[in-house]
Design a protein around this ligand. Structure first.
Ligand SMILES: [Zn+2]
Length: 69
């Protein structure tokens, strides 16, 4: 007796709607292209928000000035 194939449904990472993860779903694991795009945009948005101030090379360069004898 073979087990019935499980439903290939997983909650969409964006909206939580059960989405098909079968090969015929080009937007898997998302439920739609809209959710896939939204996830990508939020990912890029976070990528732009890297913490930390911009580094000024001259600010971290060792000081070459020294006192004369
Ligand atoms: Zn979705």
């Amino acid at each position: 007796m073979t087990a019935p194939s499980p439903p290939l449904l997983r909650p969409c990472p964006t909206c939580g709607t059960p989405a098909s993860v079968a090969r015929d779903n080009p937007d898997r694991p998302f439920c739609s292209a809209r959710c896939r795009t939204r996830d990508l945009m939020s990912w890029l948005d976070e990528d732009y928000r890297i913490p930390g101030p911009p580094v000024d090379p001259e600010a971290i360069a060792p000081t070459t000035s020294r006192d004369e004898d």
